[in-house]
Design a protein around this ligand. Structure first.
Ligand SMILES: [Zn+2]
Length: 516
């Protein structure tokens, strides 16, 4: 009897527990939904991930989540994201182990970018044409499949059209008279190159690029993204890479694209009264500024710093347009008769690191810099061998073998780095042995840092196969971190690659100069 009532009691407890669980399950998704529309959600990208009670590795683990699971984002701090767990608890996960899903955007309208655009019955050109839309018309966008978007037609029926031939437009209900363009908010581009995207997020496709110092008209803002217009280019850019609200900056001293110009690559670049570092600084130039080139003196450019003012800037720290980069004197003979092996890391099925923000493949940027370096070495009289000249897989042993077979004077491996901490950035040159390897690494490290303006993480000992197993003089350059957003953006640019290659080149030259 007492047994029975005990069982009965237990059963009741279980039922009430089940009821509260179903209540929880029933109402939390509602809370989740409203939240996720605010800030988006994350998908766990590793098989299992610790959830902590604070934004950092040192905080206590309070739960674990599994790969492919989705959680709404509550807030973000540094590289950590606070998520909402199904039991209503909140906890922090490392952003580099998750994929961030953008919040669903409210119903958008689209207009064709061409005069007339076919509307089809399905999402490809193999479906029959069911109608046409004119450039002046706009339709609500309902869904997307690949590059195709689903729209609702005037009669309420559904159709599909080529997404790349449409642009997003404000809902007709929201259209207001266009403000006077001169009173529109402006933004100025901060980074060397900035992708303009079809939507507000780094996963959206790039539709064009704008450059440091460009002035953009702000059309609308959504979270950290702004929709901008620059001449005929319209799209979304990351607001943290522009200076907002500023009036358009005064035009740079030189604007005509036909005339030779140089572009300042590093913030706080000294412009001097003469062609050498012993001359006074007459102006400090900002990154992205352009100046007309009046002449070249040694390896310095004579430039127009103001309407009636002339100054000089060191040729190796700027990028030249419409004029050859400065000539270098005295270095040619140093590399004559030397064989340098340039080793672009990874290749083929081995992509190396992948930039988490823009999807940059390490093997691609490694090869781009390696080609630039190889060209500079050849121009300076060296015999250059590359372990790969295109996108193919080469084993580590093969790389070392060609170094030994050709008895090269130096083996230079080119890589780009990654870190779990997205804030880590900078250059590291690795050596395996003390002595010559270390000296070469120090020399390259110094020159790369000087030219790129990147953080100096110093030359370091590195136990890499291509260094350890290599009897020849060998170093491995890590030119920056693909996991750092700013560096990933900049490392894709021709300017950065040019300066990085120039730094490695100068480091090699200076090393051999002191060995002479
Ligand atoms: Zn690598």
């Amino acid at each position: 009897m007492s047994q029975l009532s005990h069982l009965e009691c237990n059963r009741r407890r279980i039922i009430s527990l089940l009821v509260s669980i179903s209540l929880l399950l029933g109402c939390i998704p509602l809370a989740v939904l409203s939240n996720s529309q605010q800030a988006g959600s994350v998908t766990i990208a590793v098989s299992s991930l610790n959830v902590r009670d604070g934004a950092g590795q040192t905080h206590k683990v309070i739960a674990q989540v599994k790969g492919q699971e989705n959680y709404p984002i509550v807030q973000m701090k540094d590289n950590w994201i606070q998520i909402l767990l199904p039991n209503g608890q909140k906890g922090w996960v490392a952003s580099w182990h998750v994929e961030i899903n953008q919040p669903a955007t409210p119903a958008a309208y689209v207009s064709p970018t061409i005069e007339t655009l076919n509307i089809r019955a399905g999402p490809s050109t193999s479906f029959p044409v069911v109608g046409q839309m004119a450039k002046s018309e706009s339709f609500p966008r309902l869904d997307a499949e690949g590059d195709w978007i689903k729209i609702r037609l005037k009669d309420g029926s559904i159709g599909w059209t080529a997404g790349w031939l449409t642009k997003e437009v404000p809902s007709p209900a929201l259209i207001q008279p266009a403000p006077n363009p001169s009173s529109q908010a402006q933004a100025t581009v901060k980074s060397a190159t900035l992708n303009v995207r079809s939507g507000p997020g780094t996963h959206e496709s790039a539709v064009g690029q704008v450059y440091a110092g460009d002035s953009l008209t702000i059309l609308e803002q959504q979270g950290d993204w702004i929709r901008i217009q620059k001449d005929n280019l319209q799209g979304w850019v990351a607001s943290w890479l522009v200076t907002m609200g500023s009036t358009p900056s005064p035009p740079s001293p030189s604007v005509e694209s036909e005339k030779p110009t140089i572009r300042i690559l590093n913030p706080g670049t000294n412009l001097r009264s003469g062609p050498g570092t012993s001359f006074d600084v007459v102006k400090i130039a900002k990154e992205g500024e352009n100046y007309a080139v009046l002449g070249v003196e040694g390896d310095w450019f004579r430039i127009q710093t103001a309407p009636n003012q002339v100054g000089y800037v060191a040729g190796w720290i700027v990028s030249a347009q419409g004029v050859a980069n400065v000539e270098r004197k005295g270095n040619e003979s140093l590399l004559k008769g030397r064989t340098i092996l340039v080793d672009p890391g990874h290749g083929g099925s081995d992509s190396g690191a992948i930039g988490p923000h823009l999807g940059t493949l390490e093997k691609v940027v490694n090869l781009q810099v390696s080609h630039l370096l190889s060209r500079k070495l050849k121009a300076a009289g060296a015999t250059v061998i590359m372990t790969r000249e295109d996108d193919r897989k080469v084993s580590l042993q093969e790389r070392v073998d060609s170094s030994i077979r050709r008895q090269v004077d130096a083996f230079i491996s080119i890589h780009h780095n990654t870190s779990e901490n997205y804030r880590v950035n900078g250059v590291i040159t690795y050596f395996y042995s003390n002595g010559d390897d270390r000296e070469l690494a120090n020399s390259i490290q110094k020159e790369v840092v000087k030219r790129t303006g990147s953080t100096d993480l110093n030359a370091r000992y590195g136990n890499y196969f291509v260094l350890r197993e290599n009897p020849q003089l060998a170093v491995l350059c890590e030119l920056g971190f693909l996991t750092n957003y700013q560096e990933e953006v900049i490392m894709k640019t021709k300017e950065f690659q040019e300066q990085a290659a120039e730094g490695v080149f100068q480091g090699i030259v200076k090393y051999f100069a002191q060995k002479k």
